[in-house]
Design a protein around this ligand. Structure first.
Ligand code: FES
Length: 110
């Protein structure tokens, strides 16, 4: 079991520092759900298929993240509240390189 620390600011502006396992094939959206940092039904709606943008987050630290897939690009092109540092949390795989990652959850789309 090897964990990394991730700082996640929730939609109320509250900062949470959480441990995320690198060996359970998890993505960032699932970490947020595991720690219940966003109400059920407001994140991960498509189940991590890059098809809903409910898991959008802003990457605050300067970690090198894997390139966006075409699906992620396309979804972010349609989503609300998109910034230059927006990513879909479900497309960010928890790996050891992400130690110390800092993200903020994007506002909920109505
Ligand atoms: S959970 Fe739907 S796009 Fe990430």
């Amino acid at each position: 079991m090897s964990d990394i620390k991730i700082k996640i600011t929730d939609r109320d502006g509250v900062l949470h520092e959480v441990d995320a396992p690198t060996d359970m094939n998890m993505n960032l959206m699932e970490v947020v759900r595991t720690y219940e940092l966003a109400p059920e039904g407001t994140i991960g709606i498509c189940g991590g298929m890059a098809m809903c943008a409910s898991c959008q987050c802003y990457v605050k630290s300067d970690h090198e993240l894997p390139e966006k897939s075409d699906d992620e690009e396309a979804m972010l092109a349609e989503a609300f509240f998109v910034e230059d540092n927006s990513r879909l949390g479900c497309q960010i795989h928890i790996s050891p390189e992400l130690e110390g990652l800092e993200v903020e959850l994007a506002p909920e789309e109505q």
